[in-house]
Write a new protein. Structure first.
Length: 337
């Protein structure tokens, strides 16, 4: 099983601190207006010793949230904080970016059994269930009503409105007053071709929160020495992709320039629900690729899914710069495609 990036392991971190006896609080952005720096669903975990992981802003309100989090550990009560540019408190904590945010602060395992509707903390069992679902790479949502403090775990297929949030990867407030935090499995990047660019691309992608897999049947290319710590598959690309079962949260990039390796991967990807397919190669190389795909029976609409030459045109020259251009294009396809 793939490990989540540390900066994306906020619930896991909070549960670990709680189990270690340090005390833990989860702070979650539940609403934003204007130019707030973090979107709804962004989280910050705080331990009773003042340790932090994650963020709820660009650093401008974290200090005030930590203070409230420690107070929440003391009284065992959840609370909702509001910071805005028109609020004196906002200037005191530095929120001069023009936005407004509401932050839900929940002490883990604190204040249970205070009565119906009391602002009790996040039950440990609920956090454990969330962490288990995330570890199993299953999509799950955690809903809380800040008025009644009722909480529930929601899975795909249970509520149409929440299903739309799963598809859009968008946490937020529902009309019924619940805040729904979406926890989708990590995005995946599959790279075909253990070339120099792949070394930089995998590093950048992992920083962006992607689970990465490298495919290259040429063992001399895809060696652990060249790609330490990476998941490397030496199967033929189409066979490897079939085993990986790429889905709508998967991007695929081919880098070999060799039709014998790239083409099987491309043919598989064009008939898979991946959100991005990018192929390295010049305009001339891509034109030959297109002719081969037409000859194999692919339609113009299917072929048009390919981003080639791969990456945004930012004048990239070095492998690292090309990796940045590729991940920028992947991000564009994910967020605005």
């Amino acid at each position: 099983m793939e490990q989540r990036a540390e900066h994306d392991s906020i619930p896991e971190c909070a549960l670990g601190w709680h189990r270690a006896g340090k005390g833990a609080v989860l702070a979650t952005v539940i609403e934003t207006w204007g130019s707030a720096p973090r979107q709804a669903g962004s989280q910050l975990a705080i331990s009773g010793e003042g340790q932090m992981m994650g963020s709820v802003s660009g650093g401008c309100v974290e200090g005030a949230v930590v203070t409230e989090a420690l107070a929440a550990l003391g009284d065992g009560r959840s609370r909702v904080l509001t910071f805005g540019v028109s609020d004196e408190t906002a200037f005191a904590v530095g929120l001069a970016c023009g936005g407004t945010i509401r932050v839900l602060v929940e002490p883990v395992g604190q204040g249970q059994g205070q009565g119906q509707g009391a602002p009790s903390g996040l039950p440990v069992a609920l956090l454990e269930e969330l962490v288990a679902e995330r570890a199993a790479r299953r999509a799950v949502a955690l809903a809380v009503n800040p008025e009644t403090w009722a909480r529930q775990v929601i899975r795909p297929g249970q509520e149409a409105g929440v299903d739309a949030r799963f598809r859009a990867d968008r946490s937020g407030m529902e009309e019924d007053g619940r805040f729904v935090a979406i926890h989708n499995p990590p995005l995946r990047l599959v790279v075909v071709g253990a070339v120099h660019i792949a070394q930089a691309l995998l590093t950048v992608a992992r920083t962006c929160g992607y689970d990465c897999t490298l495919i290259d049947p040429r063992s001399a290319f895809g060696s652990a020495e060249r790609f330490p710590g990476e998941t490397i598959l030496e199967d033929w690309p189409d066979e490897a992709l079939e085993a990986l079962a790429p889905d709508a949260r998967t991007a695929i990039v081919t880098l070999t320039h060799d039709p014998k390796l790239d083409d099987p991967a491309i043919r598989f990807a064009l008939r898979a629900p991946v959100f991005y397919l990018g192929c390295l190669g010049s305009t001339r190389t891509h034109a030959k690729r297109v002719e081969r795909l037409r000859g194999a029976g692919f339609t113009e609409a299917e072929i048009a899914r390919i981003h080639a030459p791969v990456g945004l045109d930012i004048g990239a020259k070095t492998p690292a710069e090309i990796a940045v251009s590729v991940m920028a294009q992947v991000t564009l396809a994910l967020r605005k495609g």
